[in-house]
Design a protein around this ligand. Structure first.
Ligand code: KG4
Ligand code: ZN
Length: 348
């Protein structure tokens, strides 16, 4: 078995996965820190990093146990090197470097954003670039073209908040707590988006902006004051969700119209949203083939990191991305790989 061991610790999920040939998930264990951060209403970076450190060794063991595999089966170790929270990334990279040295296995640093796109390759093993991708997560709302493995061109991004961040803030305003996106999704299913309509953000070109919409929601909640009812909240959740999703769909539609492409991927945590999944299928229908990762592979996980590490690192898909890791030779002569963490890494 040629397995890639993936490690993901960029934010509030600790995850370890074993993936065969970059395409088949053999095991993918995920520990969410929701309980840890709930009382704070958001991720506390120091607590997140410490929790990753405490849990990671046990999760590595569990991933092997679930796969019925051993370190001998591992051909490559892939770890998220950015973007993400610095302290959290350092934990994953430190553990990955330790395993790489003690098992004598190659190590590659993976761009988390690439990982979200590669999650789609796990959902559909025959999926190949070129493709058009929409990555919507807690920190990004990016439209990208992927001409080949390991190469991405950003064609659209947000000017302010990311879609997931907008959902999280709206959820907080509606008293839904953290994590907001899934809670807002559930509440929106019971509401009517037409009863409390909110503006749909619209910028020229392929740019997104969600801060005006967020302010519109804030004012609406303020106007309703104490008289706000559970039904108002459900209607506002539905209206907010619709505005975000339609703004995303407008740009996806525009990008599809600009250049023909046969494959479209919508990925990232927000791709777990019920309305977004339905609308993306409608917008893409008849023009290209849409791939959405399964719900578990939309939000942060290590299987997508293993897949991205495999394809961006191995022949025939080698693309010379060795800049992500530096081969160093120690004075003693033995060589080891160290990974450079980059909390604000873009798509390159
Ligand atoms: O990709 P992800 O797990 O982490 C980042 O890389 O940021 O995305 C997390 C984001 C959060 O903002 C979360 O609220 C949002 O994805 N999210 C959702 C849903 N599930 C997760 N947003 C809307 N509807 C959902 N069902
Ligand atoms: Zn993510």
């Amino acid at each position: 078995m040629a397995l890639t061991l993936g490690i993901e610790t960029s934010c509030d999920e600790t995850s370890v996965a074993l993936v065969e040939d970059g395409r088949r998930v053999v095991s993918n264990v995920i520990h969410s820190q929701v309980d840890l951060h709930q009382d704070f209403g958001g991720v506390v970076p120091e607590l997140a990093a410490r929790d990753h450190l405490e849990r990671l060794p046990g999760l590595v063991e569990l991933a092997f146990e679930k796969a019925g595999a051993s370190p001998d089966d591992v051909g490559l170790i892939a770890v998220t090197r950015g973007p993400g929270l610095a302290g959290c990334l350092l934990v994953g990279v430190g553990v990955a470097e330790g395993l790489s040295a003690s098992w004598s296995r190659p190590l590659t640093g993976v761009n988390h954003l690439w990982g979200h796109i590669y999650a789609a390759m796990l959902a559909r093993p025959d999926l190949e670039p070129p493709l058009l991708g929409l990555v919507v997560s807690g920190a990004h709302s990016d439209l990208v073209r992927m001409p080949e493995h390991g190469r991405f061109e950003v064609i659209g991004r947000t000017r302010d908040d990311a879609a997931g961040e907008a959902f999280d803030k709206a959820a907080r305003m509606l008293g839904l707590g953290y994590p907001g996106g899934p809670a807002l999704d559930r509440l929106a299913r019971t509401g009517d988006p037409r009863r409390q309509p909110l503006p749909k953000p619209s910028l020229p070109g392929l740019e997104f902006s969600f801060s005006g919409l967020k302010t519109a929601l804030l004012y609406r909640i303020r106007d309703l004051g104490h008289a706000i009812t559970p039904r108002d909240k459900a209607d506002l959740a539905a209206a907010f969700e619709r505005s975000v999703v339609e703004a995303l769909m407008d740009k996806l539609d525009e990008a599809l119209g600009e250049r023909s492409v046969s494959e479209v991927v919508v990925a990232g945590g927000v791709a777990a949203n019920t309305l977004l999944r339905r609308r993306a299928a409608e917008v893409v229908a008849g023009r290209a083939r849409l791939t959405l990762p399964t719900l578990e592979l939309c939000t942060d996980n290590a299987a997508m990191i293993a897949a991205a590490g495999f394809f961006a690192n191995s022949p025939p898909h080698h693309v010379g991305r060795s800049a992500t890791s530096a081969q160093r030779t120690r004075p003693g002569g033995e060589s080891h790989t160290s990974i450079e963490v980059d909390p604000s890494l873009g798509w390159d």
